[in-house]
Design a protein around this ligand. Structure first.
Ligand SMILES: [Zn+2]
Length: 204
C-alpha cells in the first residue's frame, strides 16, 4: 500500500469588521481574519496539506489571490477542489492533524464542533480529524492566526487502473461514433454530435 504525506501552513492577520471563520465555523469574536477569501486559516492549511501529499502545488496555483472570483469566497470550495485532485490521483485521506496558533478566541470549547464540520466537508469520520490549538507564547504575534496541518493519504486506485479506465472510456466514445456513422449513412439521419458537447461559458 502506497502512503504519502502532505504538510500545509497558513497565516492571516486579525482585522475588525469581518466575521471570524475558522474550520468552516463562524466564531463569536470582535475581529475576523483578513484575506481575499473568507480567511479560514485552518481550511487553507488543510487544503495545502492535501495538495502537497500528491505534489499538486498549492492553493495559490488553483485560486490566485488577485482573482476577483475568490473575493470573500467560502474556503470550503478550496477544500473540495483538493479532495477532487486527491481522488483523481487515486488517493484517499487516512487522517489529518492540525495545530492552530492564536491568542484569542479559545478554540478548546469549539474544537469538537470544528472537527465534526471539517470531517463532514471531507466525508470522513471525526476520529480522522484532529484540531489542536496553542497561544503564540513568546512570538509577539497576538494579532495573527497561524495554522499547521499534516495529512496522510493512501493509494486506493493503482496508476495502471486509472490508465485502463480512461482507455475504456475513449474506445466507448469511438465505438459510438462508428455506430452513429453507420446509422446516418444507411438511414440518412444526421449525426447527433454536431456542435460542442459543453457550454463554453463554463470554461473560466
Ligand atoms: Zn489563507
Amino acid at each position: 500500500m502506497e502512503t504519502r504525506i502532505g504538510f500545509g501552513y497558513d497565516s492571516h492577520v486579525f482585522k475588525p469588521g469581518v466575521p471570524l471563520r475558522i474550520g468552516g465555523l463562524t466564531l463569536d469574536h470582535p475581529e475576523g481574519l483578513a484575506g481575499h477569501s473568507d480567511g479560514d486559516v485552518l481550511l487553507h492549511a488543510v487544503t495545502d496539506a492535501l495538495l502537497g501529499s500528491i505534489a499538486a502545488g498549492d492553493i495559490g496555483c488553483f485560486f490566485p489571490p488577485g482573482d476577483p472570483r475568490w473575493k470573500d469566497a467560502d474556503s470550503a470550495i478550496f477544500l473540495k477542489l483538493a479532495t477532487e485532485e486527491l481522488q483523481h490521483a487515486g488517493f484517499r485521506i487516512v487522517n489529518i492533524d492540525t495545530t492552530l496558533i492564536l491568542a484569542q478566541p479559545k478554540i478548546g470549547p469549539v474544537a469538537g464542533e470544528m472537527r465534526s464540520r471539517v470531517a463532514d466537508m471531507l466525508g470522513l469520520g471525526i476520529d480522522q480529524i484532529s484540531i489542536k490549538a496553542k497561544t503564540p507564547e513568546g512570538l509577539n504575534l497576538d494579532h495573527v492566526a497561524q495554522c499547521h496541518a499534516i495529512a496522510l493519504v493512501e493509494r486506493v486506485i493503482e496508476p495502471d487502473e486509472l490508465k485502463s479506465m480512461s482507455a475504456v472510456i475513449e474506445s466507448q466514445r469511438q465505438l459510438e461514433d462508428v455506430v452513429e456513422d453507420l446509422i446516418s449513412s444507411v438511414h440518412g439521419i444526421p449525426k447527433k454530435r454536431g456542435g460542442l458537447v459543453y457550454d463554453t461559458d463554463d470554461i473560466t
